[in-house]
Design a protein around this ligand. Structure first.
Ligand code: SF4
Length: 422
């Protein structure tokens, strides 16, 4: 027997996987064919067809059973509105008559209205798996007290049988071999934005995932920024900029969710010719990405006063603490002054910076000025490497030391870059 599992798979989640795994275990099918739906008048998908197929690729690879395949016919070939009859006719032609279609029990109530000939309700061979039991009860408006009683007793098969009888559904059976968890695609999609800004912090945690989704699918969604609301009035964010190469990642990561304004304040860079060169590189990135920016004073005296007696401490130590602090403080103060509710820094992109220190400072000044600090480690998820690629592709100047005259001998990120780009 071949099972045909049609649906939106928007995204594929634990309910789909539970059905497939239990079918494989209890019914030993020859094949389970996942047939993602194509164009539908009654439905707009949350992501593009390409993303749905990519997620299904991950989904099937995680099932690790060659009997489970994805057939993309209705996405790639079918140009019209599709109905269940089309799916059944195609599946018979492709896989033979020994097929059975999987449906959730939540479809029973509306199935007779799917086509004028009641092809779905009467002709198609169906396996109903329990889904949205509450929904079945509520949709059955003409229910009698007896049926309500059965529902209260949580006897889903009796309730579904009563409804199939009432609706004239034929040619079906129920999947009773195992419990299937109650999971809704809509709930999952609504939950995803909550995870959009925290995932980078937990990416190395083997347990972290969006509830209802596998870790790999969660990561695919978060990395591709899928299912995020299209914001009309995005909140503003002030991004302190340490250099052009490092600000590429904050801009690319944040621009969909925030109205990004860059802020150049780096009196730690010496000599002045190098400062100007780095500023020009930063301006080029802003021009390419069409991002507004603010330039602040080159108060180099302030920098030397802050690091007095600490000049020869190694990178990441005390002189750098003061150097980060000076820039975070001014950025937070300016964000407050401009009524920008959130700030962050491109310093979080560089692998040579102490993230713990930076995040602590960021939050300290956020608290002081009653704004928020966004503690995203932009260097994660290959962020630093992506910024290197960006600068090579767009011919953006990348410095070979951190910034102050004391860091020139330390070689800054140059060695790292050499390792990456060869
Ligand atoms: S090494 Fe870099 S972070 Fe440290 S003080 Fe010099 S410029 Fe600032």
């Amino acid at each position: 027997m071949i099972y045909i599992f049609g649906g939106a798979f928007d995204p594929p989640h634990a309910w789909h996987s539970a059905i497939i795994r239990t079918l494989l275990h209890f019914r030993h099918p020859t094949q389970i064919v996942i047939l993602p739906s194509g164009k539908r008048n009654d439905k707009e998908y949350g992501v593009s067809d390409e993303h749905r197929l990519q997620m299904l690729d991950i989904f099937t690879s995680e099932l690790r059973d060659p009997r489970v395949i994805v057939d993309d016919y209705f996405i790639r070939e079918w140009e019209w509105e599709m109905i269940t009859r089309d799916v059944d006719e195609y599946a018979r032609e492709q896989y033979g008559d020994d097929i059975i279609h999987i449906f959730g029990t939540d479809t029973i109530a509306s199935m007779p209205d799917w086509d004028s000939e009641q092809y779905a309700a009467k002709v198609v061979k169906k396996l109903f798996v329990p889904r949205n039991f509450e929904g079945i009860c509520h949709r059955d408006e003409g229910s009698d007290p007896e049926k309500d009683k059965r529902i209260q007793n949580n006897n889903w098969i009796a309730s579904c049988l009563a409804m199939t009888e009432q609706k004239g559904i034929q040619n079906f059976e129920f999947f009773t071999e195992s419990h299937i968890p109650e999971i809704s695609s809509t709930d999952i999609r609504e939950d995803i934005p909550k995870y959009a800004t925290i995932h980078a912090r937990y990416e190395n945690d083997p347990q972290f995932m969006i509830p209802g989704l596998s870790k790999k699918i969660s990561q695919y969604i978060l990395q591709n920024k899928l299912y995020l609301p299209k914001l009309q009035n995005k909140p503003k964010i002030l991004v302190h900029v340490c250099c052009g190469p490092d600000v590429t990642m904050p801009i690319l990561e944040l621009r969909d969710q925030y109205d990004v304004i860059c802020f150049w304040y780096d009196p730690n860079i010496q000599p002045k010719a190098e400062y100007d060169k780095r500023y020009e590189a930063f301006v080029r990135v802003c021009e390419i990405e069409n991002i507004p920016y603010i330039k602040w004073a080159y108060d180099v005296k302030n920098f030397f006063t802050r690091i007095k007696w600490l000049e020869y401490t190694p990178e990441k130590w005390e002189k750098c603490t003061h150097c980060y602090d000076m820039r975070m403080y001014v950025a937070a103060k300016l964000a407050k002054k401009l009524s920008i509710p959130i700030y962050t820094s491109s310093l979080n992109t560089s692998p040579k910076k102490d993230l713990e220190k930076l995040f602590k400072m960021g939050h300290k000044y956020a608290e002081k000025y009653r704004i928020e600090f966004l503690d995203i480690p932009f260097r994660k998820n290959w962020g630093f490497e992506k910024s290197v690629e960006y600068t090579i592709k767009n011919d953006i100047y990348r410095q070979n030391y951190c910034g102050c005259i004391y860091s020139i001998r330390e070689g800054g990120e140059n060695n790292l870059k050499k390792k990456i780009v060869g």
